[in-house]
Ligand binder design. Structure first.
Ligand SMILES: Cc1cc2nc3c(=O)[nH]c(=O)nc-3n(C[C@H](O)[C@H](O)[C@H](O)COP(=O)(O)OP(=O)(O)OC[C@H]3O[C@@H](n4cnc5c(N)ncnc54)[C@H](O)[C@@H]3O)c2cc1C
Ligand code: SF4
Length: 326
């Protein structure tokens, strides 16, 4: 870790002020709980001239419930989300994912917005300045070569936030606020398959609200991840599952993955199981589909083949478990 560098800290009290400061200050970045950003600053990965601290923007710290659903401000902490009875009951995967992030102290400071906007991760990137320098850096920051796939020009750093896949299976939407106003988009639309630039934001946009629609509520959902140390680590592979059943048959099934692609990936092609019974054959096929759409690369100390096998097993197990609860 490097010493903390100099930067200007702004502490706006409204979303509009935060967006204005971010867009009118050269080299400014947002910081919420700071549990990832400050580590990246200390490692020289981020070198902001200014940080726009979102922690005292009260509008970002509210959870509002109405006929449409639950609207969680981006500044709400993961601890609050994981303990909120409405999230636990109606959007179980989201509560489980928030409770699975790092450890309790990170959850007390880390926010929903920071988790959804988390930078992608790689063994060759999340290192100190001297480590990266002595390896000639890499494509994602200051270098010319990708050490994971040296011949190419694509970065495979993995999106490793826990909450995004859980929110995706609940068909979540988000509000983005930028210099040109506010827009509401499906959560899936804010991500790109590019480890170097995985967020499809307009310059300076701020994520303000996570919307969880009531129409999706109360269907069983769950989230599970594999990690090196159960007490603290990022996912090596994580999956969220949402199932709507009618009797013994699947009406609709949704599965989303994290940590195995540069973006949180919603599994494609699951509609083929609508109207079918969830027997062992179907569960095996689901596991195979998940394994084939997961594209882990050598971005962690754990081998890609293992993460691919694990993600299939987690998705299969959760799907079976949820179908038994209805
Ligand atoms: C030891 C350790 C273990 C960790 N383990 C996990 C883990 O298991 N799972 C996991 O998901 N994360 C993990 N993290 C990362 C981090 O703690 C969490 O992802 C946390 O939710 C980040 O939220 P934050 O509010 O602290 O974000 P910050 O660190 O403040 O910001 C993170 C990023 O989001 C941007 N940002 C923040 N808020 C907004 C907003 N409203 N709009 C636009 N951009 C925004 C920031 O500019 C920054 O790029 C870990 C971190 C550490 C240090
Ligand atoms: S995948 Fe390649 S370019 Fe991306 S962070 Fe890792 S080494 Fe760097």
């Amino acid at each position: 870790m490097e010493l903390m560098p100099d930067f200007v800290l702004h502490r706006p009290t409204s979303i509009e002020e935060a967006v204005k400061l971010r867009n009118e200050t050269d080299g400014a970045l947002y910081v919420a709980g700071g549990t990832d950003m400050i580590v990246n600053v200390r490692r020289g990965i981020e070198q902001p001239a200014a940080l726009i601290d979102l922690s005292v923007v009260s509008e970002l710290r509210e959870i509002v419930e109405d006929d449409e659903g639950l609207h969680i401000g981006a500044g709400v902490t993961l601890e609050t989300v994981s303990q909120d009875t409405r999230v636990l009951k109606h959007f179980t995967a989201v509560a489980e994912a928030a409770a699975a992030v790092a450890g309790p102290t990170h959850q007390a400071y880390g926010t929903v917005g920071g988790n959804l906007c988390l930078d992608t991760r790689c063994l060759f990137y999340n290192q100190s300045e001297w480590w990266r320098k002595s390896n000639d850096y890499c494509l994602k920051k200051n270098g010319t070569v990708c050490h994971v796939a040296p011949g190419g020009k694509h970065c495979f750093a993995a999106f490793s936030g826990d909450v995004a896949p859980a929110a995706l299976v609940h068909n979540a939407e988000v509000d983005l606020v930028g210099p040109n106003g506010r827009r509401r988009v499906p959560l899936a639309d804010i991500y790109h398959n590019d480890g170097m630039d995985h967020l499809a934001f307009e310059p300076g946009e701020l994520l303000a609200v996570l919307h969880l629609p009531k129409s999706e509520a109360s269907m069983p959902s769950a989230y599970e991840k594999a990690r090196v140390r159960g007490s603290i680590d990022f996912p090596l592979a994580g999956a969220a599952v949402w199932v709507k059943q009618s009797g013994d048959k699947i009406e609709e099934l949704r599965i989303a993955l994290t940590a195995v692609n540069p973006y949180p990936h919603l599994i494609k092609g699951l509609e083929k199981f609508s109207g079918t019974e969830l027997n062992d054959g179907a569960l095996d096929e689901i596991a195979e589909m998940v394994q084939s759409q997961a594209k882990p690369m050598l971005t962690t100390t754990v081998k890609p083949w293992y993460r691919r096998r694990v993600i299939g097993a987690i998705a299969r197990r959760l799907t079976k478990q949820l179908s038994n609860t209805t």
